[in-house]
Ligand binder design. Structure first.
Ligand code: M6R
Length: 636
């Protein structure tokens, strides 16, 4: 999830930014000012690096480009470098990066240029077939300087322009995108056409904005809300030509289309949250995208799985005889969910431990053990120390992380990145779903390497994975129904969460979310364990929330539901759409679509996140910053 910004204005247009830019004798350079201000607003989308390219400055030499990669200080560094930028550019593009392909570095920072240095491009998304395209371009004589998938696009466009100069920049972009698989939002400038920006998108977001004398583009509304309130949405596979005060959009076949207008009257703070009241609800609703992006380019059309970042060979995978998962909090629950999938498909024994406990026992590990550290931040000190210890004991260490080049990613033998984008709310939501997705991919990968799953079964599972983003989206459509259930039980002082098998970690996660957001007592139990003690907590009116979707243990689960109901509990059940038999045993139902049972946690946990979120809001709590908690825990 990177951020893109662009502006084009006519050469005769007076600047009208608000902050005087250095080097202009106290005047204002509108293009540079808009880009730097927009990048500051887009920084939440990633700050591994920042960069910009300008075209058309009268005293410049065609194109001027600057990039900086210094973590959180990248934009400050870029702003300093921009002090020496030529003034009076007619158009420019900028980018703030959240690294996926290629570590955070200046070479990997956007904008990327073509071989001539006259064209520059910024990209957000993932080009799935970049390796194949790069091979072709290198054979043609192009010099690629970065490790990114994005740079390939710049050279591909250059190659198309050289093959057919009459096609123009727009035609070359269209021809290049015809070769590309994956997701993209991109903006391209060329010093030969200094008032033109060509933009295109598929899946990744891109908006355009129009003012009298200038035209803008950005990954989100807040980046340019200070300059216009009149936006246009670029749809998948459309290409736009932005010129000062005008936008022309064409469909994939080249026919002109009218882009959908969008007038925005929100204030800036509301816009940063995309119209959601807080970051947590925004992030909850970004979950279909987080799951889809985590799956992207890892499932090949022929049904095989590819994990490029895993630097452990199939021979080494085959030699593994035990898996050990270490993690904390929601990441631990994701690991627990994956245990079932790894054991079932890959036929490997899986042990799992809370990371802070792992280091203080004497775990039995050797070079045939695969230790999986799960951490969205990749910085949690308990998990970091656990994987370091595992490495010392000779185990192979694989990390699942949402942050490229995090401490844990650097420590591990292999990394599998989730692609949820930055998560601002303290409660893990979209990163949690992305973790489960990544772990399920890994489970199938292990099964593939160990040949424990037939190709037909593997294909069936891959098919079921492909529709998970839609199922998560369907579960999210019921947010207002979940809110009504939360409203009904808002005065309950405590909650018991129950689940069996894959539903058990879902129950634990539901209880954790409720505790951390609403500050109410909430405990998760394996439903079958209840009668060994915890059932003593149940009395008339105790609210019990059960995960009762159709997994192989549904009947057993319903037996446990009957046990609490007969002792006076009020029962809320997570049930599959249309399952009236389950609904008959519940006082309220949280409906979710049915899915292959080993993937069910990805869908079933969604209403429990929404329930905790709604209850916390009903109690007037700050859902983005719950008390006593930090997003990343770097103390033991
Ligand atoms: O960054 P990590 O995934 O290692 O963080 C682990 C836990 O601190 C985290 O999941 C925590 O439990 C969340 N606040 C849960 O919402």
């Amino acid at each position: 999830m990177c951020g893109i910004i662009g502006i084009t204005r006519g050469p005769g247009t007076a600047g009208r930014g608000t902050d005087a830019q250095p080097g202009e004798g106290g005047g204002v350079d509108q293009v540079l000012g808009v880009l730097l201000e927009g990048l500051a607003r887009l920084e939440y989308r990633g700050y591994d690096s920042a960069g910009l390219a300008l075209v058309g400055p009268p005293d410049g030499d065609g194109m001027w480009r600057a990039r900086a990669a210094n973590g959180i200080r990248s934009l400050d560094d870029l702003t300093k470098r921009a002090e020496s930028a030529p003034r009076g550019a007619t158009a420019g593009i900028g980018h703030t990066r959240w690294a996926t392909h290629g570590r955070p570095s200046e070479e990997n920072a956007h904008p990327h240029a073509d071989c001539s240095g006259r064209m520059a491009l910024v990209h957000n998304g993932i080009i799935e077939n970049h390796i194949e395209l790069a091979d072709e371009l290198i054979a043609e004589g192009h010099l690629l300087e970065s490790e990114t998938d994005s740079e390939v696009l710049a050279h591909l466009i250059e190659s198309r322009l050289a093959a057919d100069p009459g096609t123009g920049l727009t035609g070359a972009v269209r021809a290049a995108l015809g070769r590309v698989r994956g997701a993209f939002a991109l903006a391209v400038v060329h010093s030969d056409q200094p008032d033109l920006i060509v933009a295109a998108r598929r899946v990744s977001p891109l908006l355009m904005g129009l003012a009298d004398d200038a035209t803008f583009l950005a990954s989100d509304i807040p980046a340019i809300l200070g300059h216009t309130r009149d936006f246009f949405v670029l749809e998948d596979d459309e290409i736009a030509e932005l010129r000062p005060g005008s936008i022309r959009v064409t469909a994939p076949d080249g026919t002109e289309v009218d882009p959908a207008p969008l007038h925005v009257d929100w204030d800036l703070d509301a816009a940063r949250k995309d119209g959601y009241p807080d970051f947590m609800s925004k992030e909850i609703h970004e979950q279909p995208r987080a799951v889809a992006d985590t799956l992207l380019d890892r499932l090949l059309p022929d049904g095989t799985l590819v994990l490029d970042e895993v630097r452990i060979t199939n021979e080494e995978f085959r030699a593994i005889n035990k898996v050990f998962i270490v993690a904390c909090g929601s990441s631990y629950h994701a690991g627990l969910m994956a245990k079932y999938a790894i054991e079932h498909w890959a036929r490997l024994p899986v042990e799992i431990d809370i990371a802070s406990e792992f280091r203080y026992r004497n775990p039995v590990l050797d070079e045939h053990t695969l230790v999986i550290g799960v951490s969205q931040s990749g910085e949690t000190v308990d998990t970091f120390q656990a994987i370091r210890e595992a490495g010392k004991l000779g185990a192979k260490v694989l990390v699942i992380s949402n942050v490229l080049d995090s401490s844990m990613a650097r420590e591990a033998d292999a990394v599998l990145y989730t692609r949820a984008g930055p998560e601002i709310g303290v409660a893990a939501t979209k990163t949690h779903l992305a973790q489960i997705t990544a772990l399920e991919i890994l489970a199938l990968y292990l099964a593939q390497a160990r040949e424990t799953l037939s190709p037909a079964d593997a294909r069936a599972m891959l098919g079921a994975m492909g529709v998970l983003p839609d199922k998560v989206a369907t579960a999210l459509e019921r947010a207002s129904d979940v809110e009504a259930v939360a409203e009904a039980y808002r005065d309950s002082p405590s909650f018991i969460f129950l689940g069996r098998q894959v539903g058990y970690p879902v129950a634990l996660e539901g209880a954790l979310k409720l505790k951390e957001l609403s500050y109410l007592r909430a405990e998760g139990f394996p439903a079958g364990e209840l009668k060994h003690g915890p059932i003593a907590l149940v009395e008339e009116g105790t609210v019990v929330i059960g995960v009762a979707t159709r997994t192989p243990v549904w009947e057993k689960m319903m037996g446990n539901v009957a046990e609490v109901k007969s002792r006076g509990a009020t029962v809320v059940l997570v049930a599959n759409d249309g399952d009236e038999e389950t609904a008959r045993h519940a006082d309220a139902v949280l409906w979710v679509p049915e899915t292959e049972y080993l993937f069910a946690p990805i869908v079933d946990v969604v209403p429990l996140q929404l329930f905790a979120y709604s209850l916390a809001r009903l109690h007037g709590h700050d859902v983005d910053r719950p008390r006593n908690l930090a997003k990343t825990v770097t103390v033991e």
